[in-house]
Design a binder for this molecule. Sequence first.
Ligand code: PGA
Length: 251
Amino acid sequence: MRKPIVAGNWKMNKTVADALSLVEGLKRDLAECKKVDVVLCPPFTALKAVADAVTGTHIDVGAQNMHWEKSGAFTGEVSAEMLRELYCHYVILGHSERRQYFHETDEIVNKKTKAALAANLHPIVCVGELLEQRESGKTEEVIEKQVRGSLAGLSSKELLDTVVAYEPVWAIGTGKTASPQQAQDVHAFIRGILKAISDEHVAQSVRIQYGGSVKASNAKELFHMPDIDGGLIGGASLEPRSFIEIVQGAF
Ligand code: PGA
């Protein structure tokens, strides 16, 4: 049985003070949550404060990006080791906003994924098609290329430590959610690719989140599809009540 994982991607939102007040609002309901892995992904500046605030709870912390090198002349970048030092256990990689605005390719995402795993961070590797790709029947082709490219060369053990997030780009921040069946179809397809690049055990064990306009009102229906193991939540993770209800949708 795969344990669902629900992660809040706060993107470039929340000062330290705002982050702490959001965490306070989440703790009463989620601190003891054992049925679902709950991960908060604040901006770099609030990672330490959030990690301190969730100490002693079941809530985990993740970053939204990192560089693949350990250290060096990479102005503005942060390494996996630096994230580990702040008690981060997860890192979102290859989010469509990183791919779109910062030109991250599958090759870059692959380097980051390997570096994250080498530092004992669980990568949350994002894949997803654009609207025109879906409309022209290219969804599977695009997803296959992204999954194979981003996860290339990973061992079975490394794949088991990885989370995949399927986020159709047309559903992110648009209020348009993929229907549970549309999402399920792609999740099952991704499991098939995992089997092809590894084996049945890996394919059945890796958790695949859905992301893209998940809200309290649609979370349960999505998370109860057979191949959907929780979600990566943007906008609706910025407010305690909606995020708590979304997590509860995965019970
Ligand atoms: P959204 O974002 O929930 O605001 O659509 C999801 C994401 O970008 O991970």
